[in-house]
Design a protein around this ligand. Sequence first.
Ligand code: NDP
Ligand code: 2IT
Length: 456
Amino acid sequence: MTVQVENEVAAREYIQAVYETVVKRNPHENEFHQAVKEILESLTPVIAKHPKYMKHSILERLVEPERLITFRVPWVDDHGVTHVNRGFRVQFNGAIGPYKGGLRFHPSVNASIIKFLGFEQTFKNSLTGQPIGGGKGGSDFDPKGKSDNEVMRFTQSFMTELYKYIGQDTDVPAGDIGVGAREIGYMFGQYKRIRGAYEAGVLTGKGIIYGGSLARTEATGYGCVYFVNEMLQAKGLSLEGSTVVVSGSGNVAIYSIQKATQLGAKVVACSDSNGYIYDKDGINLDTVRRLKEVERKRISEYVNEHPNATYHEGCNGIWTIPCDIALPSATQNEIDEEMARILVRNGVKAVGEGANMPSTLEAIEVFLQAGVLFGPAKAANAGGVAVSALEMSQNSMRYSWHFHEVDDKLHTIMKNIYRSSVQAAEEYGHPGNLVVGANIAGFIKVADAMIAQGVI
Ligand code: NDP
Ligand code: 2IT
């Protein structure tokens, strides 16, 4: 065997052993296993080339969160009934900066989901080129159908416990599913009240009038479309005249639709957790925004105002609509192998993952095998956290940039993420494979920082 092959075999064995330990140590945490498997396997060439990572037990340390905090969140509803939810914060890796990552409020939230998100976030944040470590949190609280007062009492109770673990130099949460401007506002108010100080940088995604950054609301969706645009342009393609399907109708979906439309695409479908709408002439974003952002209603109501559109129960069927570009922007594992095959059969050219881990491992394989341009989540949706880091910078400077300044910086960051992912993929023998490229580019910085800082 040549030395290179020997190293490759050793790297594979090492990775397999670390993965098996993760499965054994974190039983039943399927989403966490999935995220670890995707990342570790793609690191084979870098581990083979640089034995220092094995020598310093980097993978064993990377897969173990620095800290996982869980706590009771009691709150009283409008009828005087007491409820108890569970709160989480994972501080996954602080090698390159304060822990940074969103909070998710959704009934499905558990340790597995928070850990998969925190693990992914570590690599994503590194890829942005900014000094932010990986964290994530949330609760199994369901904001749907709750009054504003109930949401306020819940978030105040949540923050009354969470405040002990966060801070503008230690851990900086933001939004994710079920956590938007309203929830961030209530949490910021409670944090400020408990601390007795205006530490603006403790949360990002704040309202513009009290320390938020312009373009943070738009950042994830815009960033995802900028990233897809880079992939298309490299192949001489463009968004102009293309047909796009976007799943979800929340923060990421709405601003992906807006930017794709601005760049000349026609977005024909979007969804929520009950079903999807199809409008062959292009969906009306004003209606979607009013229904989802203001009135907090179901997407099914869209067809009442746009009789040419159709509504279909069940969300995954959205992937059977023929499109050039698919932007899954709702939740994890929304595209499985079967849906990926249908998308490929219908001629999809590019997939940009707006959501975190929306494609299963099998679906990713289908896209890569078929030569579909595939922008993996940690690269394609990094624009949100990147602008969160810009919000932190502005808070530290006590200064705010104009919309176009932040948007320009976001655009540059997305181009850099694309370029570094392409370069890493090429350098490590997988040209064009941005899954491998993004994972390796994100890994190297964190791993080298961990080595530099000793065994901690
Ligand atoms: P929102 O809460 O604003 O919107 C979520 C959307 O997805 C809603 O339309 C929701 O439907 C739908 N959805 C949620 N859960 C499910 C489910 N289990 N099955 C089907 N549909 C579902 O969240 P965001 O837009 O912020 O987040 C969407 C995705 O993007 C998540 O994966 C998140 O982790 C990721 N992300 C978010 C970032 C951000 O800055 N916000 C940054 C990077 C990634 P309904 O209205 O019925 O609840
Ligand atoms: O998944 C993500 O990157 C986010 N939800 C955004 C995190 C952040 O800190 O802005």
